[in-house]
Design a protein around this ligand. Sequence first.
Ligand SMILES: [Zn+2]
Ligand SMILES: [Zn+2]
Length: 443
Amino acid sequence: MIRLKRIAVESANTALVRRPLLVAMALFLIATSAEADQFAVDLDSVLPTVRATYSYFHENPELGKAETKAHDFLLERLEAIGGFGFVKIESLPTAIVAVMDTGQAGPVIALRSELDARKLNPGQVEPSEHQPRSLLDGFMHNCGHDVHAAILLGTAELVARHRDRFLGKIVFIFQPAEEVAGGADDIVKEGILDQLKIEAVFALHSAPGLAVGSIAIAPGSVLAGSSYFTLNLTGKSSHAAAPFGGSDIPMLAAELAQSLSYLPARKVDIANRPMVISVTRLKAESSASNSLPSDAEIGGTIRAFEDPFIAADGAQSINAMITDLTARFAAANNVAANWSLRPGAPPTRNDEGLFQRIVPKLQGAWPGTVATAAWRGMFSEDFAYYTAKRPSLYFSLGIAKDGLGQAGVHTVDFTIHPDSFVEGVRLMSLAARIATTGEATWN
Ligand SMILES: [Zn+2]
Ligand SMILES: [Zn+2]
């Protein structure tokens, strides 16, 4: 921007005498540049809020639906900023839904962040060199929800201070429990979208490996839906020296775990029905190492872009396929198998119409890269519940710089480069500006 301004001034000086057209162009560039600079100044003004919020959240990780410190911190800040109306959600007391009414007619849009941290695997702690670092061993914000909440609070402050640059109402949803069931789905079930007449929903997520300054978004279904299974096997125990005398349950469980994992690759038209089945829990334990147990439990998750209970075009659903597989396996091995599948989030879908309305303008105003190449992941995200009800966009935010922001989410090495804070606020505030006014410029 600084370079742009200097070129503009030089052009103006030389062109004053001979080229009226150049003068006009230069004045336009100066105006655009000044406008952009004002946006930069406004963005910078909320960074202390973002930094303080990020540090506080990161040091105080709280699990889903228990985000009381986070709730109190945000509420206090939002009340101090002023101008927000609050909507309580009885079933989700740590949620904050803050409504900024610009006083001007216009659409109602929502910006959403998560609040919850994660429990680490047994024995894991956040590395000591991380700055800030979790004050609670065994718990960590390693999905970026701390920075998402901090960015949303910074955006709320920016919108509140410059509400004349927006139209309609902007709803800030600080949503609990993304990592566990009952966050976004509860907010949707409670009818908040209908009650507030929200027309579109926007969110961002930290993207490890994506450079700071870059954002990525593709239209259509971008993240898979999730479902979770438990499969119990029951047979006959025996002495370990005589597996032929019983069901040899640990080996059967291992075999079945493999069959489940192979199923998408070998039994499904994988090109047209992308799916992955992962066994994440395999338990078969006896009280003594010389006896074979009678029971085993296999647990895990299915990720797919289709409903696991309903298949298109008369094909067998994933659930029906596995029900058949386990029934045949149980009969062949003379054991009992009990399969159950619990639905999780639907696929996350970026609405094509909203994408066309927002993203080209965002690209025009964004100083870095906006990648829009087709991309899909088998990850799952509860933002999907909003996308199933309203046109929505889910952006990936670059967090990688100087060695930070490379490690994957849900790992203890997960970090974020703080230079991504300003980009997050830029993204959320520009999305709100474009969605409510149609303008991507700041003034
Ligand atoms: Zn996560
Ligand atoms: Zn996350």
